[in-house]
Design a binder for this molecule. Structure first.
Ligand SMILES: Cc1ncc(COP(=O)(O)O)c(C=O)c1O
Length: 410
């Protein structure tokens, strides 16, 4: 991917790495290796709280960096409902360029981005979208495409690698028959969250695109973490999304911005998306303050995602060696690690999460399952990953010896 530059906010002491706003700012052009160790500003910004918390619940927990906060403060703004906000325009244009699409639109969340995309593509009443059983749109977005948009979901099972079997997708496309809803859209998710951050290849995506085209359907990618897929596959985001009519990209996940997503697609698609955003209450005024961190994300966060992937791998390998936990190490391709708590574990998944929390290690129990999720991100260093591993080891060991004592083995 070509490195695109935007003007940085005026930070007079940036070259010298002095303190400003209580944060040490080093050179912004730090190497990726430096960035892995210390964060893209040379020094990983931690909260002033001295108690060490390793927050692996999600990549959505990141706090805006010093550069982002400065960019927010200094952003040029105007009324975006009047399409006059220059920073929003810059972010939207920049994202559209990076993705090789005609236009972009800032939206408050990934959920709204997906909802708008589905509703724009399925604008005729009685439409149906073909969608993965484990997809975020299907599982975690309140069924908004149906409740708010009247769009019917045709659910195809996700394979463990996040794909849907192409034959099953094709079989889900309805014939032109008045008994059926009207097939209009196919959605995929890349990386695939509930499938463990798996990457969908450009070839697979092209095949979905070809299928959609051959039946006259539209094709949307939930690309909340598409930059993670790009980093892991070594394939540019525009190539990964070439076949898609629209993509929703989150700024507030691995890219560490505090708010927002950008939808990209054709001029016609974005014009309709803009109208719908207003109807959904997502039209906002001086949004340059929200878009400015997104530009910092594109300049500084994209290049460091490999660090998150390395730390996730480190976690996966360490966790796999702990009795009572199972991790499919080979499936950890990006920044998400799923642990299966086995019957050999002295503690249940929820109890493990609780015990870790007491030690300042925050992880997510996937409700009513035996799964725990860990996500690496900008604030997680290699050292943090090792600390989390030790806490897991200690927690499991301690619980095992308690069980042994109770059973009279010692
Ligand atoms: C794959 C995927 N899509 C969409 C979203 C929704 O993003 P938001 O939380 O900004 O609504 C998420 C959130 O975690 C996600 O993981």
């Amino acid at each position: 991917m070509t490195k695109q530059m935007v003007e940085e906010p005026a930070v007079t002491n940036e070259e010298n790495g002095k303190m400003e706003h209580g944060v040490l700012l080093a050179k912004s052009e730090s190497s990726v290796e430096d960035a892995c160790a210390n964060g893209p500003n040379g020094v990983l910004e931690k909260s002033s709280d001295t108690s060490r918390v390793v927050d692996l619940r999600s990549d959505t927990v990141t706090k805006p960096t010093a550069l982002m906060r400065i960019a927010m403060a200094e952003a040029l703004v105007d009324d975006d409902i009047l399409a006059a906000d220059p920073t929003a325009a810059k972010l939207q244009e920049r994202m559209a360029n990076v993705f090789g699409k005609e236009a972009g639109l800032f939206v408050p969340s990934g959920t709204m981005g997906n909802l708008i995309a589905v509703l724009v593509h399925c604008e005729v009443r009685g439409c149906e979208v073909i969608i993965g059983s484990e997809s975020h749109i299907h599982v975690y977005e309140q069924g908004g495409i149906s409740t708010l948009g009247g769009v019917y979901p045709h659910v195809v099972p996700n394979e463990v690698d996040g794909t849907m079997d192409l034959r099953k997708v094709e079989a889900a496309i309805r014939p032109n028959d008045e008994h059926f809803p009207i097939s209009r859209l196919i959605c995929i998710e890349n990386t695939h969250n509930r499938c463990g951050g798996r990457c969908l290849s450009a070839e697979y995506t092209d095949q979905i695109g070809d299928l959609a085209k051959s039946y006259g359907l539209k094709f949307h990618i939930d690309g909340a973490r598409i930059f993670n897929a790009s980093a892991a596959l070594g394939v540019s985001v525009d190539r990964l999304c070439k076949a898609a009519d629209s993509v929703s990209i989150c700024l507030s996940k691995g890219l560490a911005a505090p708010v927002g997503s950008v939808l990209v697609g054709s001029y016609e698609f974005i014009a309709k998306a803009r109208r719908l955003r207003k109807a959904l209450g997502g039209g906002m005024r001086q949004i340059g303050v929200l878009c400015a961190p997104g530009l910092i994300s594109l300049n500084h966060m994209v290049q460091r995602l490999d660090c998150d992937h390395r730390n996730a791998r480190l976690l996966a390998e360490g966790l796999e060696s702990i009795r009572g936990l199972r991790v499919d190490v080979d499936s950890v391709e990006t920044n998400i690690v799923f642990i299966e708590v086995t019957s050999e574990s002295p503690l249940g998944a929820k109890e493990i999460c609780e015990a870790l929390k007491q030690q300042g290690i925050l992880v997510m129990h996937m409700d009513r399952t035996t799964r725990i999720r860990l996500v690496t991100h900008y604030h997680i260093t290699e050292d943090d990953a090792r600390l989390a591993l030790s806490a897991f080891q200690e927690t499991m060991l301690k619980a095992s010896s308690k069980v042994a004592i109770t059973n009279g083995f010692t």
